[in-house]
Write a protein that binds this ligand. Structure first.
Ligand SMILES: Nc1nc2c(ncn2[C@@H]2O[C@H](COP(=O)(O)OP(=O)(O)OP(=O)(O)O)[C@@H](O)[C@H]2O)c(=O)[nH]1
Ligand SMILES: [Mg+2]
Length: 404
């Protein structure tokens, strides 16, 4: 019996000790990390605590779904006043009236060789054959061209003979008349840049294409022309159809930005016809007065490039007729320009000529030659690299500038 009691006591002791060990082991197990960090100030959904009174009442969205990490929101920063949009400073172009008169000194080299040269030769007491030959050479050197030179010399000879004694004023008057007769005073030189009604009765912008060989001043002229139009109160859209180089579109866009004209451009090496088409489409949508399309320079001898130019024009014409095709000729290239002009004229039928770089060249006579050769009037002349150095061509002011 005693043995049985002893065994029972031992068994009880062993069971008790094992239980204590298990409890101890359980207590030693690390506690699992809390499922989500609890921000002390923000009670979670389902908790009893009300939000502190000083905090704004939170919505379900603010609190977040159970299991989702709690986003502790930053208090909203005090609202800063909206930064004013940068307003590009627009330039105010010079008025176009009287520009040629203002820029007449730029013709100084043409003036010296052509105007003053002729006047001094004609003032000689004896106008012998040698003098007439010198007069002829002066005209040819100034790029007047062979046929117009011959005509002018013949008329001068006749009139000087009739005149007998000659005062400087008489000679100047005579030369002025004859030069003007060659240039033409009643030619229509107006640029068709005004918004007008199309055949279908809708109003549409005038479309002007600017073409020519490389580096003649097409982009510069397009930019200067945009300024002229803006100065006259027109709204202008520019089309950067020179897609050969991104820099060409940048160059045009810079010109546009200076006077607030938008430039439509396409991807580099993209289709120039599609850029030109889009520019006109944009001009129509905006209700612009004029769309000016600058094209890439191309050699008149490259048939593929000339075909491309023809295509640009045809694609633009899907919107309606092109109102002006301006051929930009570099006056310093002289008679070479005439060859180029003929080819361009065949491909895109030129409506007007822009003679650039007439500043600093003695070849002012090209005005006469190119008109005679193409039967197309000179409408604008470039007299420098400055933004407002483009003038409408006025024969009287031009000849007066030549004669000093
Ligand atoms: N002196 C003078 N320079 C001019 C005149 N017009 C343009 N230029 C200059 O001629 C250079 C060529 O002008 P651009 O307008 O880039 O010629 P571009 O025909 O567009 O050239 P590409 O697009 O490369 O064919 C520039 O340096 C112009 O500043 C002008 O009337 N007088
Ligand atoms: Mg260009």
């Amino acid at each position: 019996m005693e043995i049985v009691i002893l065994i029972a006591v031992i068994a009880l002791v062993v069971i008790g000790a094992t239980g204590a060990l298990v409890v101890t082991t359980r207590r030693r197990k690390p506690l699992p990390p809390p499922r989500r960090p609890v921000a002390p100030a923000e009670p979670q959904v389902g908790e009893e605590a009300a939000p502190p009174r000083e905090e704004p009442r939170r919505t379900v969205e603010d609190v977040g779904l159970p299991g989702a990490p709690v986003v502790v929101e930053e208090p909203p920063a005090p609202a800063a006043p909206p930064a004013p949009l940068p307003v590009p400073e627009l330039e105010v172009p010079e008025p176009t009236a009287g520009r040629l008169v203002r820029l007449r000194s730029r013709l100084s080299r043409s003036q010296t060789s052509l105007g003053k040269g002729l006047l001094s030769l004609l003032s000689r007491e004896h106008l012998d054959e040698d003098t007439w030959e010198e007069i002829e050479d002066t005209l040819l050197t100034a790029d007047v061209g062979v046929a117009p030179t011959q005509e002018l010399v013949d008329r001068l000879r006749t009139r000087v003979k009739v005149l007998g004694t000659r005062t400087p004023d008489e000679l100047r008057g005579l030369l002025r008349e004859e030069l003007l007769a060659l240039i033409g005073t009643d030619t229509d030189r107006a640029l068709r840049t005004a918004r007008h009604t199309a055949e279908d009765g809708t109003a549409r912008p005038a479309v002007v294409m600017v073409v020519g060989v490389n580096g003649t001043g097409k982009t510069t002229t397009t930019g200067k022309l945009a300024r002229v139009l803006v100065a006259d109160g027109r709204s202008v859209v520019l089309g950067a159809a020179d897609t050969f180089r991104a820099a060409a579109a940048d160059q045009l866009q810079t010109w546009g930005e200076r006077v607030g004209a938008r430039t439509v451009r396409g991807p580099e090496a993209g289709d120039p016809a599609s850029v030109a088409f889009d520019a006109v489409k944009e001009g129509i949508a905006e209700g612009a007065d004029t769309v000016l399309v600058d094209t890439a320079g191309r050699l008149h001898t490259k048939t593929g490039l000339m075909d491309e130019l023809g295509k640009v024009k045809r694609v633009v014409e899907k919107h309606g007729p092109v109102d002006e095709v301006l051929l930009v000729l570099d006056a310093t290239t002289g008679q070479n320009g005439l060859v180029q002009a003929r080819v361009f004229s065949e491909v895109v039928s030129i409506t007007g000529i822009v003679l650039t770089k007439l500043d600093g060249t003695a070849k002012g006579g090209i005005v006469i030659a190119v008109q005679r050769d193409l039967g197309v009037p000179v409408k604008l002349i470039g007299l420098g690299e400055g933004a407002d150095d483009l003038a409408p061509f006025e024969p009287e002011a031009f000849v007066d500038a030549l004669l000093g």
